[in-house]
Design a protein around this ligand. Structure first.
Ligand code: RIB
Ligand code: CA
Length: 312
């Protein structure tokens, strides 16, 4: 039985690889893709989401637009990382796949009420605005969510958008705080693990050499995306943040972490958006997330190659 998921996303080159991995994997049934404002404004993330789904030849998967701004703050974007379109690296044609008329938050609510309780996993790989808004509008769905597997946060690795905060959490810390307090089981992919999921030149060239259009697109995206981390961290290779969520769903054995308490700072002068991860369990606060800190990097990239090679 395939794992039913809803991907909530702000594409973003790494989001694109995560979506392609999900669409290429028989273990996963993507009920829908919901765009959120994040890396770039919603008007772009929803188009990018449709381009990616269409690139994979999966026009059976509905794409929705969700919230266009955080719950309580102005939107902060990351064109400096992802380019002005949010999907720089390759020019894809305007999507023929139509955007669903239903608001993405309403789709999340409807899907969770329709599907069997405990059968749907939410996979947010951008700011958590849509998830928090769905829980606010329909508290009855919270107990129906199987789990949340999210990319966001950081602790030992510290922040990327501020010294203390990772981008997805920083953009909407109120939403993140509400999601981490929701009681839904959470698997968290922070920068601590995603910064270890670095592409290699050989892997990127292997993508470029794949037959079809998806492999070369992934190579072009990662080439673009890599320049930011190379300049900032001196790292060679692009960190594939968001694909860690989908890879965990397929091969959780590739990842290692610890059930701990994670709180989100929403009022810090310098630390707003920080995920305060009680790795050493000193707070006495109840665990609310599986904080993933390590992965089998080669195993993950072998999985990516195997699955992306099956796409058109
Ligand atoms: O901090 C990394 C996260 O921010 C990733 O999800 C990336 O796509 C951006 O949204
Ligand atoms: Ca993202």
């Amino acid at each position: 039985m395939a794992q039913k998921i809803i991907i909530d996303t702000d594409p973003g080159q790494d989001d694109a690889v995560a979506i392609l991995l999900a669409l290429a994997s028989p273990e996963i049934e993507v009920l829908g893709v919901v765009a959120v404002a994040g890396n770039v404004p919603l008007a772009l993330t929803e188009v990018n989401a449709r381009k990616i789904v269409e690139l994979a030849g999966r026009t059976d998967v509905p794409v929705f637009a969700g919230c266009d701004r955080p719950l309580a703050r102005d939107l902060v974007t990351a064109e400096h990382v992802h380019g002005k379109t949010g999907l720089d690296g390759i020019d894809l044609p305007a999507p023929g796949l139509p955007l669903q008329a239903q608001h993405g938050v309403e789709f999340i609510i409807e899907a969770l009420r329709r599907e069997a309780a405990g059968s749907v996993t939410l996979v947010p790989i951008g700011p958590l605005t849509n998830i928090a808004e769905a829980f606010r509008r329909a508290p009855d769905i919270i107990g129906r969510v199987q789990r949340i597997v999210l990319m966001g946060g950081a602790y030992f690795e510290v922040g990327n958008i501020t010294p203390a905060a990772e981008f997805n959490i920083y953009v909407d810390p109120e939403a993140a705080a509400e999601v981490f307090a929701s009681g839904v089981p959470i698997v968290m992919m922070p920068l601590d693990v995603t910064h270890k999921a670095l592409t290699s030149r050989d892997w990127v060239e292997g993508m470029r050499a794949l037959p079809g259009r998806c492999g070369p697109a992934v190579a072009s995206w990662t080439d673009f995306f890599e320049r930011y981390d190379r300049e900032k961290y001196g790292s060679s290779g692009a960190p594939l943040h968001d694909p860690c969520t989908i890879a965990w769903l397929i091969r959780p054995d590739l990842f290692h972490g610890r059930e701990i308490n994670v709180e989100v700072e929403t009022e810090g002068k310098f630390t707003t958006g920080m995920t305060v991860a009680d790795w050493w369990r000193v707070s006495g606060r109840a665990p609310n997330a599986l904080f993933i800190r390590d992965l089998d990097r080669d195993g993950m990239f072998a999985l990516l190659t195997e699955r992306l090679a099956t796409l058109p």
